[in-house]
Design a protein around this ligand. Structure first.
Ligand SMILES: C[S@@+](CC[C@H](N)C(=O)[O-])C[C@H]1O[C@@H](n2cnc3c(N)ncnc32)[C@H](O)[C@@H]1O
Length: 250
């Protein structure tokens, strides 16, 4: 997947995450699930950084890091299960295995290691075509090439199904989806008040049978993702958290 964008020369994840972290009072802590080459991780400006991936594509012993970076070469499930600590992260970036079960479990675990004014970013919640949402990465790429001749290796899996779950079962969370200037990503934060809007609840039988939430369902329901451009999304999250910080003051 192309990790750069037309917005400027740095990768879109780095740009968005650093903008959000920069708006928070320091010192700031950051957790990334699914790190791969570290293209994003190494560029993040935070006082404390945690990287989790069962297969880093770099030697974490030789990685350029300051003493406040830590590397866990294990799955996200292992990390959340074995390393329950007092630390609450200011920002968590979820970019691990692109299946809805794994991403939703990572998301629920991320809620446990964050605080009231944290942000969680979910990557890959907006498939770019029907091939991209195949749960099998190799098959997704092969089928696209075979059916259309397009050699793109874009793969989002069925991570998009996490958003209807968040809408339906987490009324204390607010979110929007960045759909400009790079791969779409959801930005999630704790709401100032519970969201009791019935339109937030997926009313059909879809959630009883997650496999019925197919690509056509996604195309029909993109409005549920609260899509907006990058600047509006970042400003909305930063403004909401500023209001929340003021309200939370004793
Ligand atoms: C798309 S890459 C991450 C890219 C990275 N976040 C970046 O911005 O440069 C996905 C990574 O998720 C990792 N991964 C796969 N299953 C995982 C799991 N169960 N827990 C954590 N990471 C996982 C893969 O090894 C892969 O390196």
């Amino acid at each position: 997947m192309d990790r750069s964008s037309s917005h400027d020369s740095i990768n879109y994840s780095t740009r968005r995450i650093n903008a959000l972290l920069g708006s928070m009072p320091g010192p700031r802590s950051y957790l990334e699930i699914g790190v791969e080459t570290g293209q994003t991780f190494f560029e993040i400006s935070a006082d404390r950084k945690t990287a989790v991936d069962p297969r880093f594509l770099f030697d974490s012993d030789l990685a350029p890091h300051h003493e406040a970076s830590e590397f866990f070469q294990i799955s996200s499930d292992q990390f959340f299960c074995e390393f329950q600590r007092d630390l609450k992260y200011d920002l968590v970036f979820l970019d691990g295995l692109h299946t809805w079960e794994q991403t939703y479990r990572d998301f629920c675990n991320a809620l446990l290691v964050t605080h009231d004014q944290s942000i969680i970013i979910l990557d890959d919640i907006f498939p770019c075509d029907v091939f991209s949402c195949n749960r099998d990465q190799v098959e997704a790429v092969m089928m696209r090439q075979f059916m259309t001749g397009d050699p793109s290796n874009a793969w989002h899996g069925d991570t998009y199904k996490v958003i209807p779950l968040i809408r339906t079962f987490h009324p204390l969370l607010s979110f929007c989806t960045i759909i400009s200037d790079g791969n779409p990503q959801a930005v999630v934060w704790r709401a100032t008040a519970p969201i009791n809007d019935p339109s937030c609840i997926i009313q059909d039988q879809g959630l009883l049978n997650m496999s019925s939430l197919d690509y056509l369902w996604f195309l029909r329901n993109q409005g549920l993702y609260n899509p907006m451009n990058e600047d509006d999304a970042l400003n909305l999250a930063m403004h909401s958290l500023k209001v929340k910080r003021k309200e939370d003051l004793p």
